[in-house]
Ligand binder design. Structure first.
Ligand code: 3Y8
Ligand code: NAP
Length: 248
């Protein structure tokens, strides 16, 4: 058995440790989005595969017997490529998908269908917005220059940020509620924009916004391909053990 673990999330890192302890041969894969990704306890590759064809070539060349897609729910292209490559080569694929966050009673929560809709959901009057969606889609919000944006980025931006009024903090999660509450208070935040990532690594800002009674604009997840989905690492390990018993 030789597992390709498509990573980049808290749950992927936890699963890598479990696979190491179980002595299951594993390759951990990062896209190479950040300068210094968290080190993993198993052999790690960094960078794209080169589209669907590149991934198919990789699976063959590396004799991968199983793929676990533990990428972020917004990494839709990677999940689509994994689905199509594994289907075409009859390689078993399982997606580790953490449950989405849901609003609780008393929340001031607006669901946006995508990042553009999240921008539309911001008020006309100037506000202080915690734009907690990372770096890749920040420029979309330039069409609402009246707001002051607080950004949280993993690495310092290489190019200038195209937002008239913004403050950037450089930090990588997982984050905690106490520090996120302090951050929202320190910056007089009135609105929080977030992707419905689910999981524990990014939930602190949701709880902090709830505690402070702030408007939460939550971006719904993109559609992902059908297929086997596991909610946690234990289910992944059972799937691998069952596959090994059946010799697939
Ligand atoms: C490169 C690997 C671990 C994984 C930790 C999780 C938790 C902390 C919270 C906020 C939201 C955001 C962002 C976020 C979180 C975890 C997890 C998660 C959100 C690293 C990592 C990589 C990335 C890529 C990066 C994106 C960006 C998104 C920042 C490592 C740290 C906003 C997603 O500069 C860039 O290009 C950054 C790009 C994709 C989204 C974006 O559009 O900017 N993640 N994040 C992975 C790779 O190369 O394959 O550097 O160590 C991983 C983690 N980020 O092992 O502990 O599990 O979700 N990541 C979001 O959820 O909205 C921050 O600030 O509250
Ligand atoms: P994406 O849009 O779905 O993927 C774009 C391309 O990046 C893919 O086609 C693939 O390139 C490459 N790629 C993505 N994930 C990869 C991986 N784990 N290993 C190797 N190549 C990968 O992905 P994304 O949203 O940019 O996310 C990139 C990484 O950041 C993923 O590991 C994801 O788990 C992590 N992450 C993303 C978010 C987010 O908000 N999107 C949040 C936290 C962590 P090729 O086509 O060349 O193979």
């Amino acid at each position: 058995m030789r597992v390709l673990l498509l990573g980049g999330t808290t749950e992927a890192s936890a699963l890598a440790k479990t696979l190491k302890i179980a002595e299951i041969e594993t390759v951990f894969s990062y896209a190479g989005r950040t300068k210094v990704p968290v080190a993993q306890p198993v052999p790690t590759r960094v960078g794209g595969f080169g589209g669907l064809a590149g991934l198919q070539d990789y699976l063959r060349a590396e004799k991968i017997t199983h793929v676990v897609d533990a990428t972020h729910p917004f990494a839709a292209q990677m999940s689509l490529n994994a689905h199509n490559a594994c289907h075409s080569l009859a390689v078993p694929l399982l997606r580790l998908e953490r449950p989405a966050w849901t609003p609780q009673s008393g929340d001031d929560w607006v669901t946006a269908s995508d990042i553009e809709a999240a921008c539309d959901a911001l008020p006309v009057e100037p506000a202080c917005v915690f734009l907690a969606i990372g770096r890749m889609h920040v420029d979309l919000f330039a069409r609402k220059p009246q707001h002051h944006y607080l950004l949280r980025l993993v690495d310092a931006p290489a190019q200038p940020i195209a937002l008239a009024h913004h403050t950037a903090v450089i930090a990588r999660g997982p984050f905690n509620v106490f520090e996120d509450t302090q951050l929202l208070r320190d910056h007089n935040i009135t609105h929080v924009v977030a992707k419905n990532a689910g999981g524990i690594g990014a939930v602190a800002k949701v709880e902090a916004a709830r505690n402070l009674g702030l408007r939460m604009i939550m971006i719904a997840r993109p559609e992902l391909p059908d297929g086997l989905v596991a909610p946690d690492s234990a289910t992944v390990m059972r799937w691998l053990a069952h596959s090994a018993e059946r010799g697939v």
